[in-house]
Design a protein around this ligand. Structure first.
Ligand code: CTP
Ligand code: MG
Length: 228
């Protein structure tokens, strides 16, 4: 598992990496790690972090890093640079057939959805969690002066985890030259591989803005009720 955590959280406010914000007193990055650790398909966790955050991970959070057996690796400028670095750190371990990539900023991923996305990737080599779009989506090519409506039935919102056969993801990254991509599935598609969409849930939200923490706490309350 590669757990990109090397962003700076500009939309969250940018004072510090948003992953140091807490949910029930646990920093978001650690919340994500703890949840992933409960799943049997998650083996090594390689976490790309920025050079500026490294001192905090190595002092304040050294014990949490050690206890959760997270391997810190150097992140990069773009998210794809961070994932590439995680992939390099993974090395050529033949026993690993699949690699999963999960945003450290999605702390609430559900166990049953992890089951589902790994199972689909076992079958077809490339699978991601996604949710059907519920809003009507307009497309405009002229900054909103005119627009048309896209067919909602064909639209999904991509999430993570995104799970791939290791060889496919390596090929995709070997071919990737600069052209921006907002997720790893896009890079895999560019080498001609179909990526399966596995229905997930809006519970698996990405913490992007400060108010997402309030929503996350509400989701967590509901999830805890269901556990008991
Ligand atoms: N990420 C990363 N390396 C980067 C950029 C992002 O590892 N160069 C990680 C983030 O830490 C986050 C995930 O990718 O866990 C999804 O990115 P995003 O939600 O966009 O986080 P940030 O880039 O930190 O936020 P922003 O775009 O608002 O600055
Ligand atoms: Mg970003």
């Amino acid at each position: 598992m590669i757990l990109p955590a090397a962003g700076s959280g500009q939309r969250f406010g940018g004072v510090q990496n948003k992953l140091f914000a807490t949910l029930e007193h646990v920093p978001l990055w650690l919340f994500s790690v703890r949840r992933l650790r409960l799943h049997q398909r998650v083996g090594r966790i390689l976490m790309p972090i920025s050079a500026s955050d490294r001192p905090r991970f190595e002092t304040e959070f050294a014990q949490a890093v050690a206890e959760s057996e997270v391997e810190l690796v150097a992140g990069g400028k773009e998210r794809t640079d961070s994932v590439r670095s995680g992939l390099e750190a993974l090395g050529d371990d033949d026993s690993v057939a699949l690699v999963a990539i999960h945003d450290a900023a999605r702390p609430l991923v559900r166990h049953d959805h992890l089951d589902a996305v790994f199972a689909k990737a076992d079958q077809c080599g490339a699978a991601i969690l996604a949710t059907p779009v519920t809003s009507t989506v307009k497309q405009s090519f002229d900054d909103g002066h005119s627009c048309h409506t896209l067919d909602r039935k064909t639209l999904w919102l991509a999430q993570t985890p995104q799970v791939f056969r290791v060889d496919l993801l390596r090929q995709a990254y070997a071919k990737h030259r600069g052209r921006p991509a907002t997720d790893d599935a896009e890079l895999v598609q560019r080498i001609g591989i179909d990526v399966a969409l596995v229905p997930g849930s809006p519970e698996n939200l990405k913490i992007t803005y400060p108010h997402d923490l309030t929503i996350a706490q509400a989701i967590l309350n509901i999830q805890s009720q269901h556990e008991h």
